[in-house]
Design a protein around this ligand. Structure first.
Ligand code: NAP
Length: 251
């Protein structure tokens, strides 16, 4: 068997309709995995991509900002026939405002989706994996702001820094029980999430000149790291936050 072969494995990918989630779902499917896409918008294109790669696609509608959504999502995935093999916590949101003006609503919206729901998805998925006695892989999508402070995104920085922390904590608790918990920290990626940054000519130029690779990332740039962290190639990798950033953090 190839080190990177995901044949016979199921991957639950949140926020699979667009951007990084869509690219990761397709990358995992091309490596052999069947996909459960989770999101609040239709996932038509992702479903078509995955099916064109010869894999199955199951869609689960969920608003992950809602309390209790995590356990329901994993329950529905299992009921649809998926196995608790791979979980990619990709769904995320961002709110931008000066910290002096930042509202409690913008704090809660980001923390609920980007951190609270991720923890409870990990919990529900790990319970299922342990009950099924399957070796499992969890991949959280972190950020440069898991390492750096950023500006005007206080709830996002809090959530992504917290996400790095719980990735390490869960790795400590579950590494010996057959569950790998790791994260990918994307650099600056061309998606809806960064549309505001890219349309600000000055910010765009500042960001671009700091990236050693000399370009923004494309969503597909995240797929290889996801296949690695989902596959037997990473069986001894636990609690790592893997930057895929064109060299941004090395600068
Ligand atoms: P995106 O294109 O905006 O995708 C975000 C995804 O999350 C969408 O599928 C979105 O669904 C989903 N989502 C947001 N809130 C949700 C909710 N309450 N319930 C269910 N799904 C929800 O942005 P992206 O850049 O691909 O972001 C994916 C992940 O990468 C996020 O965790 C983000 O923080 C992280 N990231 C992005 C960058 C970057 O430069 N783009 C860098 C570092 C980390 P809808 O389409 O329905 O809103």
């Amino acid at each position: 068997m190839s080190l990177f072969d995901l044949s016979g494995r199921w991957a639950v990918v949140t926020g699979a309709n667009t951007g990084i989630g869509r690219a990761i779902a397709l990358g995992l499917a091309e490596a052999g995995a069947d996909i459960v896409g989770v999101g609040r918008s239709a996932m038509t294109e992702t479903a078509a991509d995955v099916k064109a790669a010869g894999r199955r696609f199951v869609a689960i509608a969920a608003d992950l900002s809602q309390a209790g959504s995590a356990a329901a999502v994993i329950g529905k995935a299992l009921a649809a026939g998926a196995l608790p093999d791979i979980l990619v916590n990709n769904a995320g949101t961002i709110r931008r405002a000066d910290s002096l003006d930042f509202t409690e609503e913008d704090w809660d919206a980001v923390l609920d989706t980007n951190l609270k729901s991720v923890f409870f998805l990990c919990q529900a998925f790990a319970r299922a994996a342990l009950a099924a006695e399957r070796r499992a892989k969890i991949i959280n999508i972190a950020s440069m702001l898991s390492f750096q402070g950023g500006v005007r995104v206080p709830s996002y920085t809090a959530a992504k820094s917290g996400l790095a922390g719980i990735t390490r904590l869960l790795a400590n608790e579950w590494a010996a029980r057959g569950i790998n918990v790791n994260a990918i920290a994307p650099g600056y990626v061309e998606t809806n999430n960064t549309a505001a940054l890219r349309s600000d000519v000055e910010r765009n130029a500042d960001i671009l000149k700091r990236i050693p690779a000399g370009r923004w990332a494309r969503p597909e740039d995240m797929a290889g790291a996801a296949v690695f962290l989902a596959s037997p190639a990473s069986d001894y990798v636990h609690g790592a936050i893997l930057p895929v950033d064109g060299g941004w953090l090395a600068r």
